[in-house]
Design a protein around this ligand. Structure first.
Ligand code: FES
Length: 353
């Protein structure tokens, strides 16, 4: 199917899904393959025109990735893994048989049209040797089974994958899916932006959180740098001061104190308000420090009734009062804490003379 103005519109639509237009180049090249069966010169030129790039820049990307083909694929692309595990299991022999069956070329001119390629590890080495038809896995396959796959692909009737159970779609159908043009994300973004623009109170969003289903990595509007939503949506609804936690008020009051140098006198908080807020903050800070101290001094909670080493007191269940435990690691003649001690003297002991 040749490239048309409809193709150009679809390429433009793909650019709308990304914060930077040229980020859409890879999906755009998939879309070109969906129309032409490979990345043609016309396809490179159209992508370059839509993105404002040179044809050399687009061509550099198209020739870098092996998933973009520079000659027509036909309906089915057969990828044979020839990495070590599959090669030892017969993958190399399968690949060479495929090339021979295609008349010594990678593209068979007859039938529905197939292209044969060797592939790097396809990630299921335990199923070696592995063959893909339009990225559907088949493995392990014997030499005869592999040749049967080629025969059926050339006849336009490939079998279902013995891994996924899926019948491989045609190459152009797969490429259209890979482009993401029909995944509906663009329409969802437009709808979300419309709701956002008409909402009296924009909903609050945090990173990775939206009210629309995210079906594609490029579909998360929070990652669109403000293109999809107004900037205010990032802050959400601000609660009134009376609803806020004391420590939040205290933090605000402290911040207001620090800003008094830049704020006018009419903007400054009353001294008594600042004092009350700081007292609240100090109280909260003391509680946190106390809690942290307890965790440090007693990282493993003592089981009930277990007066283990290190505990300084326990509860007398009958009296309900704390009772001292035996002190450990302290000399027997050491004075009890709190006992008045005589002042130190410089007079030498008798044995020191
Ligand atoms: S080596 Fe063939 S799938 Fe890993």
């Amino acid at each position: 199917m040749p490239l048309t103005e409809t193709t150009r519109d679809e390429l433009r639509a793909l650019t709308q899904k990304y914060p930077v237009a040229r980020a859409a180049l890879l999906p755009m090249l998939h879309l070109v393959q969906a129309h032409e069966g490979y990345v043609s010169e016309d396809g490179v030129a159209m992508c370059a025109d839509v993105l404002g790039l040179t044809k050399a820049e687009v061509g550099a990307v198209a020739t870098f990735y092996t998933m973009y083909k520079r000659e027509p694929v036909g309906d089915y692309l057969l990828s044979v893994c020839t990495n070590p595990t599959c090669k030892i299991a017969g993958g190399q022999a399968i690949y060479e048989s495929y090339v021979e069956a295609c008349g010594g070329a990678h593209v068979d001119p007859d039938g529905a049209g197939v292209m044969v390629e060797h592939a790097e590890c396809l990630g299921i080495c335990d199923a070696a040797p592995v063959v893909q038809i339009n990225y559907e896995m088949f493995g392990p396959v014997t030499q005869d089974e592999a040749m049967d796959l080629l025969k059926k692909a050339k006849a336009g009737d490939p079998p279902a994958s013995n891994r996924s159970g899926q019948v491989p779609p045609t190459f152009t159908a797969v490429e259209r899916e890979l482009s993401g043009i029909d995944d509906g994300v663009h329409a969802q973004l437009v709808d979300a932006a419309r709701v956002q623009a008409t909402s009296p109170v924009p909903p609050a969003y945090r990173s990775g959180e939206t009210d629309i289903p995210v079906t594609h990595p490029g579909g998360d509007p929070t990652g669109h740098g403000g293109q999809a939503f107004a900037a205010a949506a990032g802050f959400g609804e601000v609660p009134s001061p009376t609803d806020r936690a004391p420590d939040a008020v205290a933090t605000d009051a402290a911040a207001a104190t620090e800003q008094q140098d830049v704020a006018g006198p009419e903007d400054r908080a009353a001294p008594e308000d600042v004092a009350a807020a700081e007292a609240t903050r100090d109280e909260g800070a003391y509680s946190e420090a106390q809690e942290l101290g307890e965790q440090v001094t007693d990282p493993t909670p003592t089981p009930p009734g277990d007066a283990s080493v290190g505990a300084e007191e326990t509860m007398d269940e009958e009296a309900g009062k704390p009772q001292p435990l035996a002190r450990t690691g302290i000399p027997a003649d050491a004075p009890e804490p709190g006992t008045p001690q005589p002042p130190p003297t410089d007079e030498p002991e008798e044995g020191d003379r």
